[in-house]
Design a protein around this ligand. Structure first.
Ligand SMILES: Nc1ncnc2c1ncn2[C@@H]1O[C@H](COP(=O)(O)OP(=O)(O)OP(=O)(O)O)[C@@H](O)[C@H]1O
Ligand SMILES: [Mg+2]
Length: 441
């Protein structure tokens, strides 16, 4: 975050002696989490190094089979990639507001509630932030998507209440929520001059795409009530996880037998396992003995065993998350190159997937249409014309995708596009908000 007038970012791995009141912003993301701290004595907002020097931590947990202590972030990913015994979990934010919250899941043979799983993660980042601040942090502004769940206001409210209860159990006393794109707008405002500009924030993350249309100005930095400036919010439960799924189905699953023939009558091989393997929340459920047995039976009648044995081996070896990581990596590569090659030698010697950017773009068709519709609805609700928008603030990893940038330019041809700080602007802006609510006046 450069060029701030009021604030500077001070990064330190050491403990900071912070006096007076203190508050933090937490951007608990589907893929990545950031925390920023504001304190009453000066105008600094500090992004917390959450894993060694890194200012973001992947929202992942690994529960080792033989130890009661969970590990988080990159450590969790590494433990899983090294095939340590245990349970790896990611994208658990997506469970909020769904029936899985009540059902829970099995970890090391014990039924565990998602409240506890997410709670472990939040406690870990809270304690890291408190170590940096050298004191307890009771005040938080937490980010939330415009909709946790699409088209279900009740489930959406429940999701926020569940997250609030998790933050309370972790020890926060005062908890407020703010829409993630509004937080990104606040972070951007710190870099602006005094002229008011009509802005659109587009935050395309791992789980959701969120939009805000809002009047911004550097002179509003200390203004507490911004309701008049916020013209519309909109959101949809589509994000990077869905793009990964689409890319997996288009370019990876055919290498495992999607589209091949099955049985004496030459029917298509059933598609369910390919869809399960492309969906992060389903992968774990493929590892039961029954699923493996049923799949083996299916594959025994496959007419293209050279391909479908790869599918079986991924499920038997429990390499679904490793495959999804290769898919995600290919997607990220395709933001900067027209073509990429994914190394799949963990499935079979010399196996690779050659992918063109245009194939990825084709796979995104339905998702992009839904995102575009959500933006257009947001413009309509705001009662403005796309041409009135002077500034587009892009945040969230998904806004690095060239097709999304192209569409943005098409919708807002007159606007300046700013994509300064994709991965930490929401956390930073939440701390700006926390400072205003808890520490001003
Ligand atoms: N260069 C890139 N090109 C395309 N996608 C990318 C790139 N970098 C990151 N991503 C994707 O962005 C997503 C993560 O973005 P981000 O960290 O903003 O999400 P999040 O804040 O954790 O999720 P959410 O806000 O939806 O809860 C992942 O799906 C990741 O694969
Ligand atoms: Mg986000």
């Amino acid at each position: 975050m450069g060029g701030s007038r009021l604030f500077t970012i001070k990064l330190s791995m050491k403990t900071l002696k912070m006096q007076g009141s203190i508050a933090c912003g937490i951007d608990f993301g589907t893929s990545n989490t950031t925390v920023a701290i504001a304190h009453g004595n000066d105008d600094q907002i500090i992004l917390v190094p959450l894993e060694e020097e890194h200012l973001t931590i992947p929202s992942t947990i690994f529960f080792p089979a033989e130890s009661p202590t969970a590990v988080f972030g990159r450590k969790a990913i590494n433990a899983h990639v090294a095939q340590d015994e245990g349970r790896f979990m990611r994208s658990f934010k997506r469970v909020l507001g769904t029936s899985l919250m009540k059902e829970g899941t099995h970890i090391s043979g014990r039924k565990t509630k998602f409240e506890h799983i997410i709670g472990h993660f939040i406690e870990d980042i809270k304690s890291k932030s408190e170590s940096l601040a050298d004191r307890e942090i009771q005040n938080v502004v937490a980010g939330r998507p415009v909709h946790f769940v699409d088209g279900n206001d009740q489930a959406d409210k429940e999701a926020e209440s569940q997250l609030e209860a998790i933050f309370a159990s972790a020890g926060f006393k005062n908890i407020r929520f703010q829409y993630e794109p509004i937080a990104a707008a606040f972070a951007h405002e710190l870099t602006m001059g005094d002229t008011e500009r009509l802005a659109v924030v587009m935050d395309i993350g791992g789980g959701t795409s969120d939009f805000t249309i809002m009047r911004l100005s550097g002179r509003y930095i200390n203004k507490l009530d911004r309701q008049q400036d916020i013209l519309a919010n909109a959101g949809i439960r589509i994000g990077g996880n869905d793009f990964d799924r689409a890319l997996s189905l288009k370019c990876f699953m055919p290498l495992l037998g999607l589209g091949s023939l099955w049985g004496a009558k030459g029917l298509g091989f059933p598609i369910t396992p390919f869809f399960d393997l492309s969906e992060l929340s389903k992968i774990q459920y493929m590892y039961t003995q029954k699923y493996k047995r049923d799949l083996k039976e299916l594959v025994s009648q496959s007419n293209d065993k050279a391909l479908t044995h790869r599918l079986l081996s991924i499920v038997e070896e429990e390499q679904g998350h490793t495959l999804m990581a290769a898919v995600e990596e290919a997607k990220i590569q395709l933001s900067s190159s027209e073509q990429t090659t994914a190394d799949l030698s963990f499935i079979e010697a010399d196996l690779q997937a050659d992918i063109e950017r245009t194939q990825f773009e084709d796979s995104l068709y339905g998702n992009i249409e839904s995102i575009q519709k959500t933006i257009n609805d947001c413009i309509t609700v705001a009662g403005v014309k796309a041409d009135d928008v002077a500034l587009v603030i892009l945040t969230g990893g998904g806004t690095a995708i060239p097709l999304i940038q192209k569409i943005t330019r098409r919708i807002f041809p007159q606007a300046e596009i700013s994509d300064g700080n994709r991965l930490s602007s929401v956390g930073f802006g939440l701390a700006c908000d926390a400072r205003r609510y808890y520490l001003e006046g």
